[in-house]
Design a protein around this ligand. Structure first.
Ligand SMILES: *Cc1c(COP(=O)(O)O)cnc(C)c1O
Length: 401
């Protein structure tokens, strides 16, 4: 049991807590599921890019899936070796591509023909061979929230099968490109296995086609997207996930790569916030807390659900909206949830707040980003300081005239 009250007393609120032991359990469960084949789990850094979180996963053996050169450099700083780092994303700047090639990372995931041309040019400029992988869009409906669905032709991600094939043939001809991988990622918070299996089948067929053209794909990257528990979802278990992928590969000799973010860190996280006061407008009850959408934007952005508990209070008196102090009607954590009567300084805990929460936070309303704390082996330690006013103005101050 985590002593939320003691931790909020020690570090103040709002606050993020991450249970590192839970992250370990999740990583090991996934790694174990893929045991029958060669595999590399590349943690999707964007889910939670705190250096200590990345280092924790790196120490367990994970690589990193990065979507900017900033994330690549975080991975390096956390001690993750170059041969386990991949660079994905739908748009990369020339400088980012160049730096990634110079740093000799495992591979760059390409998402368009135009990007293939840029990467080839940058490789030539630094006189190196860039290892690449192509993100195939299998055009399969992942059955998740449209904002986090990426595997349909109507989404901006990846290229269709025929284009991918042409790109591989082109890449093979280039002295500056080495096509070593193939990639798909159909969406996030996936709770159904069928779309994953179907996508894997489509992509595995392409790998077999490429083999006939003497293009040997070594890394079969199945993306991330495994769902987690926010509410009452039925989840995919890692063993079934691995078996579904294996069933599409038959005799193909590839290293399976996957890029989970949410699955590894999501449920490890807790967001702690304190009640400022309650108010009632007409018949509507609001619980106003010290955390806000700038700290945790998922409810505002995707109408996402986070379970909320009031520490040491269990009577569900009446329905309320839990809202923050930011000047936006979209600033809420929950709407119409049953909640005990609360008083000033009561502590609320939002569950499953380890992924896409802190990393999406901002300074909106000149609110400093909150502190982050790791829990490991029964101990707690600060892994990011709370921002103060000076931190927030540091890059502007000198320009006041
Ligand atoms: C965001 C992203 C992931 C991680 O997704 P999760 O749902 O957090 O597992 C993996 N791969 C790519 C390419 C992504 O864009």
């Amino acid at each position: 049991m985590i002593n939320f009250q003691a931790l909020s007393d020690k570090y103040a609120t709002p606050l993020y807590l991450y249970d590192f032991d839970h992250i370990t359990t999740r990583y090991n469960a996934l790694k174990e599921a893929f045991r029958a084949k060669k595999s590399l789990i590349c943690y999707a850094v964007k889910a939670n890019s705190n250096l200590s979180v990345v280092k924790h996963l790196g120490d367990l053996g994970a690589g990193c899936d990065c979507v900017s050169i900033g994330e690549v450099n975080r991975a390096f700083l956390a001690g993750v070796p170059a041969y386990k780092i991949i660079f994905s994303g739908v748009g990369k700047k020339d400088d980012e591509i160049k730096e990634a090639i110079e740093k000799d990372i495992l591979m760059i995931n390409l998402e368009s023909e135009a990007e293939l041309a840029r990467v080839e040019l940058m490789a030539k400029a630094v006189d190196k061979v860039a290892r690449i992988s192509i993100r195939v869009n299998p055009n399969i409906d992942p059955k998740t929230h449209p904002y986090i669905s990426t595997g349909l032709s109507s989404n901006k991600f990846g290229v269709d099968i025929e284009d991918a094939k042409r790109m591989y043939i082109q890449a093979k001809k280039s002295p500056f490109l080495d096509p070593v991988g193939i990639h798909f990622h159909i969406g996030s918070q996936l709770t159904e296995l069928d779309p994953i299996r179907e996508s894997s089948e489509v992509v595995a067929d392409l790998v077999r086609n490429l083999k006939a053209l003497d293009i040997k794909i070594k890394f079969f990257d199945i993306g991330g997207g495994l769902g987690i528990q926010y509410n009452d979802e039925t989840l995919i278990n890692p063993y079934d996930y691995a078996q579904a992928i294996f069933s599409t590969l038959a005799t193909l000799d590839v290293t399976i790569m996957c890029e989970p973010g949410r699955f590894l860190v999501g449920e490890s996280g807790y967001f702690l916030t304190k009640v400022l006061y309650e108010k009632t407008n007409e018949n509507k009850r609001f619980v106003i807390v010290d955390g806000a959408m700038n700290d945790l934007i998922r409810p505002s952005l995707y109408n996402a659900y986070h379970q909320i508990e009031v520490v040491d209070k269990h009577d569900n008196v009446s329905k309320a909206d839990v809202v923050g102090p930011v000047c936006e009607s979209g600033d809420f954590f929950a709407k119409d949830i049953a909640l005990p009567h609360t008083e000033h300084n009561d502590l609320l805990v939002l569950k499953s707040a380890g992924a896409y929460c802190y990393t999406m936070s901002s300074n909106y309303n000149t609110r400093g980003k909150v502190a982050e704390v790791a829990l490991e082996n029964g101990k707690d330690r600060l892994i990011r300081k709370r921002e103060n006013f000076e931190d927030m103005i540091a890059l502007e101050k000198e320009f006041i005239k």
